[in-house]
Ligand binder design. Structure first.
Ligand code: AMP
Ligand code: MG
Length: 322
């Protein structure tokens, strides 16, 4: 099932991993813009979205794509030089597109969520990408609110990068990029919380680190939470390197809602590796409500064994605050 979608998606994300890694090595601060919400966007975000949308729309012309980026910013006259760079890197990776084609391909990702659609975060963790650290290329297929295929490219995880993928009821697999060797992925079997690894966002503004630290203390976890950007956190929970990924909403951004492209691929990957994913009240993530997870608050992804205990501690702390 979903064989063609999986093969096409894996090919697209593999190509994009090479493209993004090349740009990360060579780019300068002039290759970055600031978006309306003040978050950064780089030539890699645009180049990867253009490349993946081009491949997906060629093979699946009728499947809408809900991507994070659009071409408005790069069309502004003051940003024209970015085209030259995007064109240069796409060409280097085997795809020659002129300015209009670059914009058209990026804007193929401008669909609204409805029925069956792809969702794409071309560079998840742009801030990590800019620091030369972890980031992910995240692609998922959502059918009537259910994530049925998730693909996560993590160019800086492992010696040559790691590609994870999962299908609904099909388990989770990974491959060291470029090797062609596929392995089944299983979450950690650990049940003693003291031995567990707890991961959270690198960026302080993206979650409530004080509360997360308090929770890791209550679980008697030896080491403090480890910080890491992007959905790579889901990848390492799936692969058994960490047991807990917690994202409690930051009290200073109470209106922030999680975006579907930031969680669709990663959540299926953890679930299909035998883990559990919910919001911080224990509710299943609801991918049927548009571009955001507006019915959910925060994220908890675990190896399953520790899930309820973490939810209980979150509830206890929340009750104390009232
Ligand atoms: P991470 O590295 O796990 O924090 O994930 C990066 C993602 O955090 C970005 O793609 C943003 O969409 C998202 N993000 C941005 N601002 C916030 C916020 N205030 N709270 C939670 N997530 C955010
Ligand atoms: Mg993102």
């Amino acid at each position: 099932m979903l064989q063609k979608e999986k093969e096409t998606g894996l090919q697209a994300v593999s190509n994009a991993m090479v493209l993004a890694a090349t740009i990360q090595k060579e780019m300068t601060s002039r290759d970055t813009l600031t978006k309306k919400d003040r978050s950064p966007v780089t030539i890699a975000d645009f180049a990867v979205q253009a490349l993946i949308c081009k491949i997906l729309s060629h093979h699946f012309p009728h499947l809408p794509i809900v991507g994070e980026e659009d071409s408005l910013a790069i069309k502004k006259p003051e940003n024209r030089e970015l085209f030259t760079k995007i064109n240069h890197y796409l060409k280097k990776c085997g795809t020659a597109l002129d300015e209009k084609e670059i914009c058209d391909c990026i804007d193929l990702g401008g669909a609204e969520p409805d029925g069956t659609f792809w969702t794409l975060d071309p560079i998840d963790g742009t801030k990590g990408f800019l620091r030369g650290e972890q980031f992910a290329i995240a692609l998922a297929l959502i059918r009537e609110g259910q994530v049925c295929l998730g693909i996560l490219g993590c160019p800086n995880l492992g010696a040559s990068g790691t590609l994870f993928w999962a299908t609904e009821n099909g388990g989770c697999s990974k491959m060291a990029a470029g090797t062609g060797k596929t392995e089944a992925v299983q979450v950690s079997a650990a049940s003693d919380s003291r031995q567990m690894k707890f991961v959270e966002s690198y960026e302080s503004s993206h979650s409530d680190k004080d509360t997360q630290l308090e929770i890791s203390r209550r679980l008697a976890i030896k080491n403090p939470p480890e910080q890491m950007d992007s959905q790579v956190k889901y990848g390492i929970v799936a692969a058994g390197t960490a047991e807990i990924y917690l994202r409690i909403p930051n009290p200073s951004t109470p209106d922030y809602r999680e975006k579907i492209w930031d969680h669709a691929a990663g959540s299926l990957i953890v679930e299909q590796a035998g883990g559990q994913v919910s919001d911080i009240e224990g509710k299943k993530l609801d991918f049927s409500a548009g571009k955001t997870l507006r019915h959910n608050r925060g994220i908890l992804a675990t190896n399953n064994k520790i899930h309820q205990r973490v939810l209980d501690i979150i509830a206890e702390l929340a009750a104390k605050k009232k």
